[in-house]
Design a protein around this ligand. Sequence first.
Ligand SMILES: Cc1cc2nc3c(=O)[nH]c(=O)nc-3n(C[C@H](O)[C@H](O)[C@H](O)COP(=O)(O)OP(=O)(O)OC[C@H]3O[C@@H](n4cnc5c(N)ncnc54)[C@H](O)[C@@H]3O)c2cc1C
Length: 378
Amino acid sequence: MDHLFSPQLYQKIARNAAHIDHEGCFPEQEFKLFAEAGLLEIVLPSNSLDFEKHKNQGLLTLLKTIGKASLPVGRIYEGHINALFLVYLFGKTEQKQRWFADVILGKKMFSVWNTQDSEGVRIYDLGNGKYRLQGCKTFCSGASRIARPLVTGELVSAKKKGWQMCIIPTEQVKEIKVDNSFWKPLGMRASASFRMDFSGIEISESDLLGAPDAYYQQPYFSGGAIRFAAVQLGGAEALFEETHTFLKGLKRTDDTFQRARIAEIAYLIETGNLWIKQAGLKTDSTTENTDSIAQLLAYVNMTRTIIEEICLRCMQLAERSIGARGLMRPNPMERIHRDLTTYLRQPAPDATLTAIGEYVLKQESTKGIWDNIAKKSL
Ligand SMILES: Cc1cc2nc3c(=O)[nH]c(=O)nc-3n(C[C@H](O)[C@H](O)[C@H](O)COP(=O)(O)OP(=O)(O)OC[C@H]3O[C@@H](n4cnc5c(N)ncnc54)[C@H](O)[C@@H]3O)c2cc1C
């Protein structure tokens, strides 16, 4: 596992983060390095973070480390891992062999593209095992650099209905139309999260992943939030480090207010680390029991919510500590702040918070409310 955390790799990525910070850019060099380091297949069978081995803690630490070096790289990598997890969960034996070989031998990148606007994707059953896609996805991280995008859409078929996953073999179908004019973000520019139009793309039965609505199966659907939370916390850790360096550089370390602010950032980051660690443990030890799943989901929702709060507060404290001159390029704080602000916007934050409240108020009492899953992990 140690080779995964070789500081040189992440230093290289952090050093290049400013160069890739523009719209239309994709972190080519970074993913070449990841491919060479074996990071693309790290969660596949017989690799060190093999999903089968329930190594969520290690995976979250890896995601956080990448996020600390570059949030856009972390976002794209997280999407790759998310897609491989869905293949691991729902792929048939032949599909797993094919898609895992695409990663191991072809060094192909995967991603999950689910977000859409009113022109969302429909997957029409044409008969004879053929399907045609119609419609667009928004926020497609990695865009055309992703050789195996996992796309979701409404299945339109006489035989079955629901939210269907498919993985598009991009080099075997007609070109997917890219609309990069969609992507004019505050931060996360290098995540290349464009709008993509799948209209007219034809795929076959063997490209469909899982049954309709498998995508929403819990605890996997909401449980994945700990992965983006880990990447986000990496961004806050980068701010912590940069604030520390900045204050030392200006010899502003004796000031009481600066000490108070860095103290708060330090304990907030450590709080985030404890949450991520515990959420990883709980994920690894959860069972298929309905109560266990419900508790895990509430715990993951809490983790995601508190990590957002921690990141927001750390950004505010860091801003106040470094002042306007620290928020100017080439100081990396300017970019990290923009990236983290953008990346913190994840689906349904309000619904996530109220779901925690709903879970808590459904319990008989608050006694030992988060206990049972933790006990199983001992
Ligand atoms: C850098 C980046 C990369 C991304 N990459 C991908 C990707 O590769 N694949 C992918 O599928 N997605 C991706 N996304 C999209 C992401 O998963 C979220 O779906 C998206 O960021 C949420 O957008 P939003 O904040 O505009 O959401 P909104 O849903 O509009 O939420 C904004 C606010 O409105 C509230 N709200 C939501 N619904 C309602 C409602 N009905 N009534 C009232 N209030 C409501 C929310 O709680 C929140 O407070 C990416 C996003 C970013 C920022």
